[in-house]
Design a protein around this ligand. Structure first.
Ligand SMILES: CC(C)(COP(=O)(O)OP(=O)(O)OC[C@H]1O[C@@H](n2cnc3c(N)ncnc32)[C@H](O)[C@@H]1OP(=O)(O)O)[C@@H](O)C(=O)NCCC(=O)NCCS
Length: 144
């Protein structure tokens, strides 16, 4: 948890507090994955992702990589693992919000097929969020 808090503080203008992560760990619909590398024979936590799965839909709440180790494919690997996990659990659609100015994250999400669906104005207080969506598959439903 200490490493996650450290990376979080370095990654966001309004970082989550420890209590927020702890609440997510107790939330039954919430999942958190971390990525570790081996450094001098010891594991080092370098990235994490937090998401919810609720009845066929997932929502990515948080993803960050240690600033020292960015642009090495760590986020790509973590997101790929999380998306595969979601799909295995029957998720059909994934949503997330991203700051309009966050070009790195938007580019990452687009590479996985996420599309911009709408804007939530002033979602971050001082900045709009782009809501992005990834649809794994469409299922035909019989409407009664
Ligand atoms: C966004 C973030 C998670 C990407 O992590 P990363 O490990 O550096 O990303 P990867 O090395 O796996 O890169 C995958 C793709 O993301 C995009 N990307 C990552 N960093 C980028 C940058 N600085 N500028 C432009 N595109 C970038 C690229 O499309 C990249 O593919 P490429 O290497 O083929 O160009 C990382 O920058 C981060 O932690 N940012 C702060 C937290 C944050 O903004 N999280 C997202 C909240 S919505």
């Amino acid at each position: 948890m200490d490493e996650v808090i450290r990376i979080e503080g370095l990654s966001f203008p309004n970082p989550w507090r420890r209590e927020f992560f702890e609440r997510e760990l107790k939330n039954p619909v919430s999942y958190a994955f971390v990525e570790k590398i081996e450094e001098r024979g010891r594991p080092r936590l370098v990235a994490y992702i937090v998401f919810w799965i609720v009845t066929g839909e997932a929502h990515i709440l948080n993803i960050a990589v240690d600033p020292e180790l960015r642009r090495q494919g760590l986020a790509r690997r973590l997101l790929a693992t999380a998306l595969a996990f979601m799909e295995e659990r029957g998720v059909e659609v994934v949503h997330l919000e991203v700051r309009r100015s966050n070009r790195a994250a938007i580019s990452l999400y687009r590479k996985f097929g996420f599309e911009e669906v709408y804007i939530r104005e002033n979602y971050y207080g001082n900045e709009d969020a782009i809501v992005m969506r990834l649809v794994f598959r469409y299922k035909s439903r019989i409407i009664p």
